[in-house]
Design a protein around this ligand. Structure first.
Ligand code: ADP
Length: 633
């Protein structure tokens, strides 16, 4: 659907009704079972007992409460009464799902692809209301949904630059290509822009010269720099980064400055070492040396408000600017193939929002910004070299759009793929909430497996995350529970009421005793009791079989709590190989004319692990480079 043509009148109508009827008087506590309208006690003569009913269901961040009004034969209005979902991510679900339910009188509507939890919560809560009103929710799930024709769908087109993918890299590429005078079309296969970028914290690592100027240089920093420089290089790339750092360090020392020494060369070597020395020095330096300027550009040219929260600040800011510059943005539009003529990329084939195949011809180039392949279980299994086994059932942490399309399309035109085996996992709360994480989070918590047994020194999480994940993958069900007691939770600012609410919402389990907690998580009570008792003895003795070294508090003050954690496929670090102009290289190292790439679809930069804060910074920095290169082509 073309962005600036958006909604059908029906959708607007439903939203207006929704807004007017919204009741935020906190009725969600009792609402799930009680009809709340005056007419609700009426006889059921038709499909429903007319009236207004409310119900809640679990969304991404908490309960989503809806209020649904029924006539005898139809669902008339759906209001979102209360929710804690993230603005900018869940909006699409709130805008489209209730309208689609009403339009189709069906609960079989598709979830909104970038907000699946929110979508499912709305559907579940409305289904609950249907049941309360005497309707048949199961039957409504089977009612077919008409795919409505999208008026503004992309047709066969010609443009200068086509950007495929609307995450951080793609948005930056579109902006930069437009800024450099190109006509730009951006296509995004999901219903809304953002990809994994919008789901992230939006952190953007870069060196801030002003901040350095305010800080004094320290002796320990100088020693750290010297240590970086004198380390035995692990390979040529490392030596190249050391040489770059040496040059910057010599220059700094010759200048007589007493300001804190932190340059893009420092950032580069940190990135390289974090990735186990697998990245390409030239690409890394090109990123770190352009990151600061790109950060400022995103705000000044792109309209990004760096004071706003989350990855949405990048997407929303640049989207508005791009639309103002005449960039055409089409969502629900998926590129399927790159077009090559005489060895040059001249466009792509895509499936538009109506499911029709269309051709976009480009005079300057195509930018691949399709993200990674963490949501493509088959590709993960095929390429993974880091993990012994990568179960297909593992959930992707980022966007459902990360299915490796760009890699597949680029490979078909001869692109070289690099680092494809490097896939990162991360253990995160399975419920999206947490009680004891944060500084010193292990002081009085333990990790137990589904059997109620410890399996690791908990502080490994901070020192060797890969080691922890490998240990988790060996546990039954590949799950662990962080067990903590009320004393620990209270020390982190939680009251008994907060905790009870978390348990009610399904974010955590609790028990007055350890045995009760074991029952709540489905573990053997005697085993968990023995585990906790043994841990408490270790707090006294200062040792255990796992080599834990952090001994602070016992777990002995009920109630007791457990939060489940599971490994997610966090991101993929391999992809197409590019040069410093973001041109895609073929398997002989030659540029594929007309093809550019940026962001998670590329490889050879981060190595085996991507440092937090570098993901978005690198995607936007290379996106900007790719857009400018394409426009200049
Ligand atoms: P990056 O950080 O590299 O920008 P993101 O995951 O944020 O990566 O964004 C990539 C975007 O590309 C996602 O929104 C995804 O849905 C989109 N995408 C992936 N494959 C295609 C495709 N074949 N056609 C259009 N968009 C695509």
């Amino acid at each position: 659907m073309k962005k600036f043509r958006m909604a059908a009148w029906l959708l607007c109508f439903a939203l207006i009704l929704g807004a007017c009827g919204a009741n935020t008087s906190g009725q969600s506590e009792t609402a799930a079972t009680e009809p709340v309208s005056e007419t609700a006690g009426a006889e059921q003569t038709g499909t429903y007992t007319p009236g207004t009913y409310t119900a809640s269901a679990q969304g991404k961040n908490g309960a989503v409460t809806v209020s649904v009004t029924f006539s005898a034969e139809a669902i008339e209005t759906i209001d979102i009464v209360e929710h804690q979902e993230t603005a900018g991510i869940s909006d699409g679900a709130f805008d489209t799902i209730p309208a689609a339910i009403i339009e189709n009188q069906s609960l079989g509507v598709d979830v909104y692809s970038t907000a699946t939890y929110t979508s499912n919560a709305i559907l579940e809560a409305v289904a609950d209301c249907v049941t309360q009103a005497g309707g048949d929710a199961e039957a409504l799930k089977a009612v077919p949904v008409e795919a409505s024709e999208v008026a503004g769908a992309l047709q066969d087109s010609e443009t200068d630059v086509l950007v495929i993918g609307g995450g951080g890299a793609g948005m930056a590429a579109a902006l930069s290509a437009a800024e450099n005078g190109a006509r730009v079309i951006l296509i995004e296969k999901q219903a809304s822009l953002g990809g994994s970028t919008i789901l992230s914290s939006g952190s953007f690592n870069h060196v801030d010269p002003d901040q350095n100027a305010e800080k004094e240089m320290t002796e320990s920093r100088a020693e750290a720099i010297e240590a970086y420089l004198s380390a035995e290089p692990m390979n040529e790339e490392h030596a190249a980064l050391q040489a770059a750092l040496q040059e910057a360090w010599d220059e700094y020392q010759a200048s007589g400055s007493t300001a804190y020494f932190n340059t893009p060369e420092c950032m580069a070597i940190d990135l390289f070492l974090y990735g186990s020395g697998e990245g390409n020095a030239e690409l890394i330096l090109n990123f770190t040396r352009n990151a600061t300027d790109t950060y400022l550009w995103a705000a000044e040219v792109g309209g990004v408000d760096w004071n706003a929260q989350g990855g949405a600040r990048i997407i929303n800011g640049i989207e508005a600017t791009c639309l103002g510059m005449g960039v055409e943005i089409y969502t629900d539009t998926r590129a399927t193939e790159l077009l090559m003529e005489d060895g040059v990329i001249v466009g792509a084939v895509a499936t538009n929002a109506n499911g029709e195949s269309v051709t976009i011809k480009t005079s300057k180039g195509v930018v691949l910004a399709t993200g990674g392949f963490s949501a493509n279980a088959e590709m993960r299994t095929e390429y993974n070299t880091v993990w012994e086994e990568l179960d297909e059932s593992l959930v992707a942490y980022g966007s459902a759009g990360s299915t490796g399309d760009g890699v597949i399309m680029a490979q078909a035109v001869g692109a070289n793929l690099v680092d494809m085996g490097f896939i990162t996992l991360k253990c995160e709360s399975a419920t999206g909430q947490d009680i004891a994480h944060g500084p010193n989070c292990y002081s009085s918590s333990i990790y137990v497996n589904q059997n109620g047994q410890r399996f690791v020194a908990e502080e490994t999480q901070a020192t060797d995350e890969i080691g922890l994940i490998k240990a988790v993958l060996d546990q039954p069900g590949q799950i662990y529970y962080m067990i903590t007691d009320f004393a620990e939770a209270e020390s982190r600012g939680y009251t008994l009421e907060d905790l009870a609410e978390m348990v009610d919402n399904g974010y955590a389990y609790s028990g007055e005793t350890v045995a009760e907690l074991a029952e709540a998580i489905g573990a053997d009570p005697a085993t968990l009791e023995a585990t906790v008792a043994s841990f408490n003895e270790s707090v006294d003795s200062g040792e255990d079989e796992f080599g834990r070294e952090l001994w602070v508090n016992k777990i002995e003050t009920g109630p007791y709590y457990a939060v489940p954690f599971i490994p997610y496929v966090h991101s993929t670090l391999g992809g197409v190989q590019i040069n410093t102009s973001a041109q895609v290289l073929d398997t002989d190292g030659n540029v594929i004319p007309g093809l550019f790439a940026a962001g998670e679809v590329t490889g050879d930069i981060h190595g085996k692990e991507r440092m937090g804060g570098n993901t978005i910074a690198e995607a936007v920095t290379y996106g900007r480079i790719a857009g400018a290169s394409a426009a200049a082509n």
